[in-house]
Design a protein around this ligand. Structure first.
Ligand code: NAI
Length: 296
């Protein structure tokens, strides 16, 4: 029986159908291929975002835009070139300065990247984020607003701009072919699920919990043209963690069943999975990658 034979339109609450896998019985590694796809990664010049960008091109993307807020522009261009030169076929990697707090800047960057990467955008990773450790009772208004502006509003502006591009690509393509459908991936955190100690970071935790539920909501609204999923990392060895006192780190190690931090590059496979047809039936999910930290 065809897949459509399993659907009962009269009983369905939604008229939208999630894109089908182009060839589910093909050998499994082909499901992970991103050959010919294009992508944009916010916060892509360092830390997790940089490794995600590298993973996407290693999996076959023909072009990837990496955005940054604070990196020096010459350094950002150098990073883009070095990723490109490390991959056979020297895929197009372009760095764009873009503050995710500005909806206007995000829309302009997403549209420009789609144009400059060959007229389409298949994958968008809303990864840019900040962290702060301030006791809730003393949280200054400007710092609280800044956290929500970057980690929550910034993710929404990025996802919304991506969705507009992906929806118009899907409408322009033959709707039945599955062409033009996109994948939006949000970097959330285990802080969306638990409350980290000993640091006090209510604003960060709340911002990450908000994006996980945002992703579920967007996944339902945008089923026809984009899948929306989150990755929730545990403790990853990036600049974000390097600022913490040694005493905190020791305490964390005791709380992680895995007993160690994770290298940023260990996460890239999960983003490739969510970007690719290997996860074709997955939308609205939150992949927790934490060495078991959230389990005890
Ligand atoms: P990072 O500090 O190395 O990278 C953060 C990136 O976000 C940087 O590229 C920075 O330029 C960008 N960014 C910050 N504010 C921005 C703004 N206003 N506009 C545009 N870009 C901006 O840290 P890391 O660890 O790579 O963080 C990436 C994401 O992973 C963040 O969303 C973070 O919350 C999340 N995360 C990190 C974990 C960790 O242990 N390092 C654990 C769980 C989640």
């Amino acid at each position: 029986m065809s897949l459509q034979g399993f659907l009962f339109p009269e009983a369905r609450q939604f008229n939208m159908v999630l894109s089908t896998h182009p060839n589910p019985s093909a050998p499994v590694l082909t499901h992970f291929s991103l050959a010919g796809k294009t992508a944009l990664v916010t916060g892509g010049t360092r830390g997790i975002g940089l490794e995600v960008a590298r993973g996407l091109v290693e999996a076959g993307c023909s072009g990837v835009a990496i955005t940054y807020a604070n990196t020096d522009s010459i350094e950002a261009d150098r990073i883009a070139l070095s990723i490109s030169e490390s991959i056979a076929g020297t895929p197009k990697i372009i760095a764009y300065k873009c503050n995710v707090k500005s909806k206007e800047a995000v829309v302009e960057t997403v549209e420009r990247a789609a144009r400059e990467l060959g007229g389409k955008l298949d994958i968008v990773v809303a990864n840019a984020g900040i962290a702060d450790h301030i006791a809730a009772i003393d949280y200054p208004e400007d710092k609280f607003r800044e956290m929500i502006d970057v980690n929550f509003h910034g993710v929404f502006w990025t996802a919304q701009a991506a969705a507009k591009v992906m929806e118009s690509q899907w409408k322009a393509a033959d709707a039945k072919s599955g062409e033009g459908r996109g994948s939006i991936i949000i970097t959330a955190s285990v802080s969306a699920i638990l409350v980290n100690i000993p640091q006090r970071q209510a604003a960060y935790n709340a911002s990450k919990a908000a994006v996980v539920h945002l992703a579920k909501s967007l996944a339902v609204e945008w089923t026809e043209f984009a899948r929306v999923n989150c990755v929730s990392p545990g403790f990853i060895a990036t600049d974000m963690l390097s600022v913490h006192p040694e005493q905190w780190r020791k305490q964390w190690f005791q709380m992680i069943p895995g007993g160690r931090l994770c290298e940023a590059a260990e996460l890239k496979g999960s983003y490739v999975f969510l970007a690719s047809d290997a996860s074709s039936y997955m939308t609205g999910s939150n992949m927790v990658i934490d060495g078991g930290y959230t389990l005890p």
